[in-house]
Each structure stands twice: as C-alpha cells, then as structure tokens.
Write a protein that binds this ligand. Sequence first.
Ligand code: ADP
Ligand code: MG
Length: 659
Amino acid sequence: MGEAAVGEGPGGASKLEVLSACFGYDAFRPGQEALIDALLARRDVVGIMPTGAGKSLCYQVPALMMEGITIVVSPLIALMKDQVGALTQAGVAAAFINSSLRPQEVGEVIRDAKAGKYRIIYVAPERLSNPLFMGFCTAADIAMVTVDEAHCVSQWGHDFRPSYREIARFVAALPARPIVGAFTATATAQVRADIAELLALHDAYVLVSGFNRENLYFSVKRPKDKMATLLEFLGQRRDACGIVYCATRAGVEEVCAELVECGYAATRYHAGLDDGERLGNQDDFVYERSRIMVATNAFGMGIDKSNLAFVVHYNMPKNLESYYQEAGRAGRDGEPAVCLTLYSAQDVETGKFLISKSYEDGDHDWEARQARQANDLDLLKKMTWYCTTSDCLRGYILKYFGEQAPVFCGCCSNCDTQFEAVDVTIDAQKVISCVMRLERQNRAFGKALIAKSLHGSKDKQVTGRGLDKLSTYGIMAEVPVKRIMDIINYLVEKGWVSQSNSEYPTLGLTERSLEVIRGKAQVLMQLPKLPKAAESEEGSEAQAGTQAGGRAGVGSGSRAGGKDGAPAGTQAGMHGHPELYERLVALRRQLAEEAGMPAYIVFSNAALNDMCRKLPRTPEEFLSVNGVGQAKKEAYSAPFTQAIRDYCNNSQGQAPRVP
Ligand code: ADP
Ligand code: MG
C-alpha cells in the first residue's frame, strides 16, 4: 500500500474499482472519466455538466485515489451535510466545517483531520480565511482543492458569492500547490472565463458535457386556470416528491396554502421567511415529511435530493439558464421525471417588472446597468419563446446551450401532441407586407399592434395611430390575434422578421423577409394535427392561408387541458413488482429514520427499482445492485434481502427462484 502510485486507489484500486466498491456503480457517466483522468494526471480541471449529471463523483473518486486530503469548497450548509452523509454511507471518512458547528465541534473535526481521519473535508468559502483552519491546512498534505458550484465566483453568474474570491488566495498560501478542480452547471462563456481567471487555474482541462438529460420529460401548458392544472398534475402523482417554483413570495404563499388545503403534504420556502422556518421547511422536504416544496428561486442550489419526480414552474422563469438548472433538479437518480412549465402572458409582464426592479438602484455606472438590463430582457424573450414555440422543447433548450438537436425528440409535450408542418406562407406574407408598409413610412410598431391591425381590430391603440388606414388592415380577419402573434413570434425566431431590443420592441424587415414576399421561401410552422371530424367539416382542400387560423384553438387548447404523455405518477420503474417496491420504500424510510438520514441518501429510487428487477437474495447478489457498494452491502443487505426473500416466497403467481 505504501507505494501506491498516482492513479491508484487504496490498495492500488483502479478508478472503476473505486466506483464500484464505494459507490456501487458499474460505469461512468459521460464526461466523468475524462475529468477523473485529468485530475489523476495532476491537472487543474473545469467540469461543466448539467445538474444531475454527476459532478460530485468526478472529484470524489480521484480524492480517494490520491495521497493526501481533498478540500471541497461548497456554498451551502445543506449541500455539505448531504454530501458528507452520502459519503459516510458509502464508507468514506468525510467531514464538513461550517457555521452550523459549534466552535468546540470545529476543533474536534480539525483534531481528527490532523490525525489523518478524513480523506475529504467540505468547507464553506468563508472558512478559508479562518486562521485556525489555515493553520491546519499549511501543516497538512492538501492534495486537491475542489470548488463546487464554481459559478459563484463570477458576478455574471446567478449566485455571486464574494467569499468565493478568497479561494485563489487560499490556494496560493498553501506550501505546496494542490490541484484545483472547478465544477458548475452554468455554461455561459463569461462565467467560464471568470472561473479560470478568478480561481487562478493553471492550464485547466475544460470539459463541457452534453446538456441533454434523457430521463426528463419537458412540458409546457398554457392553462386558463393554473391551479386546476397543477392539481390535476399532482393528482396523478400522489406518492411523488417534487418542487413547485413560483415567481414571487406571494405566489408561493398562495399556491402552498391551496395545496395544503387540498390535502397535499406541501411546505414553502422563500427569502421572506425567517431562517428557522426556512431551514425547518427545507428539512421537512429533504426528510420527506413534506413531499412538495413550493418555493421561489431562492430554493434549491444546495439541494441534492435525488428522487424528485417533477419540477413544476408555476410561472415562467426569467431565463433558460435558471430554468434548466431548476428543472434539472428533477430525476437526478436517472429515473423518469417531468419538468412542467405553466405559462401565461402575465408571466412575461412579471418577468419584465422583476428585471426593472432589480436595476432600480445599484452601482452608478448607468451605461453598464442599461447593458445588463437589456441583456436580461433578451434572455427573458428567449425564455418566452421556449414557452410559445411549437418546436420540440428539448431541441429548443439544447440549441440555446449551443448544442445540435434533432427536430423531434419524442419526449416532450410538443413532440407528443403530434404536430404537423402547416404551410403558413400566405399568413407570413401578410405580416411582412404590413411591416414593409410601415417601414416605408418610417414607422415601426410592436407585434401586438401589428397583429391587431392585421386582424382589423377597432382598438383605440390601432385607430389612434392610423393603423386602420394601412392597406393591410383587416386582411387577417379570420385569424385570431393570438394566432397572428404566434406566427409573428415564429417569424422572429426564424429570422424572417427582426425585432428590436428596445424597451418597446418593434418589428422590422430582414434580408430574408423579401424571400417570403417574393414567394421564394416557404414558411412551415408546426401545428397540431386536426382531429379527423373537424378536418372533414372544414373540407379537405382548406386554403393554406386560413388553415393556421382555423387551427388556432386546437393549438393552445389541447396543450392546456389535454392529457400529456408524461411519465406516469408512480416512481416504481418497469419491473413488474410494484408491491415489493412499496415495501422497500417503507423499509428505506424506517432505516433512514433510525439513522437520522434523508431516505434518498440510504438508497436512491433507482437503486430500489434495480432491486425489484434483480431480486437479490444473498449479500453477494445484493452487491450487484446499482448503487450498492461494499459499505452499503455491509449495512443493508440483511434487511433488504430479507424483505425480498419474504416477498418472493409469499407472492402468488410469482416464480420464486430457488436459492
Ligand atoms: P450534480 O452535482 O452534477 O448535479 P450529483 O453529483 O449530485 O450531480 O449526482 C447526481 C446523482 O447521480 C447522484 O445520485 C449520484 O449518486 C448519481 N451518479 C453519479 N455518477 C453516477 C454513475 N456513474 N452511475 C450511476 N449514478 C451516478
Ligand atoms: Mg452538485
């Protein structure tokens, strides 16, 4: 053991052996291996992977294979508690130091650390400038410093933490420079550059893993009654845990009260609650005394709860970065999960209001502030498009993050409602000719007014500006205004019409506009297929131009109330043993309570499902279950295999295996 080379774990174990023996997994997920290899070759790394991709293992595996101690800088107390709990369950000696410990407890941890008890120590960034802690680190062998949620170092990220700026100083003050690894889910170029610079990384290996999360089902609904839709959604998922995000504190209060009223074990979290209640509610959720957390975006960064079956956005969030991070908290265990957004036009107004409010006061650099505000509005616009597009939702997200995506993913509400391409070229020509006429008069208007004018609205805003005098006035009388807006949004998204970035965005022509006018481009828009009956009523040869109008109601209507193809409510996977699954869930809860641990730290749902598939009846068989390493085998094989044996022996119609 003394001569263990770099790249070998305790006793010379390989990284795969560590993965299997400690964590109970038999393969790395995409990106993990490359980052682990780089760290083991003593190179700094930046790992950018979506939430739930498995960043922790990227530094935990090498930490167990190196000589010396790994310090993990982590922003939130709950996060540290979770991670240390999970490591302890996996048989790894780990500890955390943060303000939740009393000074005496901190002293004990440091004393144990000095005695070589821990391989991995989690600390809050503030701790790095503490003399006692610094004294320990300079005397100890610190092999690696890992920065979790590394975007906190950048003021362009969404969770800037000034104390993260201490990290580089801390690393530089150590007698021997450790390897530094930085991990985050935030992918913007600016944040990435800040991470490398502000953490003073040396020639870092940067890995950006794919942003696709296959087990997530994306869904957008535009219901008239959001609460009714939410209740229907939750009613199909009675035994599942999840988060409902609201844009405002008032929204949280209202939704949470309603859910509690309807008998749901829901709790709430927002910055307006006092610390005690917030932490208490968070604990209730983590320990599953409450299944549903209703929260503002203040909730979640520190929560690694892996068994969330859904994340609902009751309001549209402010940008896709936040959205994907929040939605990505669903299904970290790899099990199917649903990410539902309930959109209304009012959400856009709320979003704009919140942005303008956040810039009300601040630094005095007016121009910089304007630039950032314009940027925020632009991000909000792209979020709105996500909610209104009829394209594949997954595709939209992936393209936003700069990835290629197929047109049809087959696992989102848009793909599921069986859209078909409808030719809206004639409608598009009408829109563009209206914009063109205005441009010739040196005038420009926003899409709402243009849509109303095309529809022939007698609205004062239209007539007052003389928009009823245009020759295009009323030429789309048969198409509802909302549908005209959809078409305009689509034209803007595809670059057939431009939209300015000003406070009141106006429409303009692009080079491609003329292609449409001249009939050189065909504009196809995804619209839901018509039900058979309606089709025959309308006549099979409906004019292309009116087709869009005729279908308007179908588009939003079916999405609003209709049944979606989202994964079913139960969290039991495809193994045909729902009854056993329920028993194992109960057993897990009991054992977790005894150990004072959240249930998902004892075993993930994925592990329970795997038990139902493999039906292990001996400790050795138990070890083959996904998520069972040596330590969990020792601790849990007896009660779980017992439960499985009982089930197999008692269940009728089952072909129990003979030991
Ligand atoms: P992130 O920090 O990237 O959001 P985590 O590190 O919290 O994600 O990991 C999410 C979940 O994925 C955890 O439950 C973890 O145990 C699991 N996981 C990580 N790597 C693997 C793997 N190679 N195989 C199976 N599960 C994994
Ligand atoms: Mg993480």
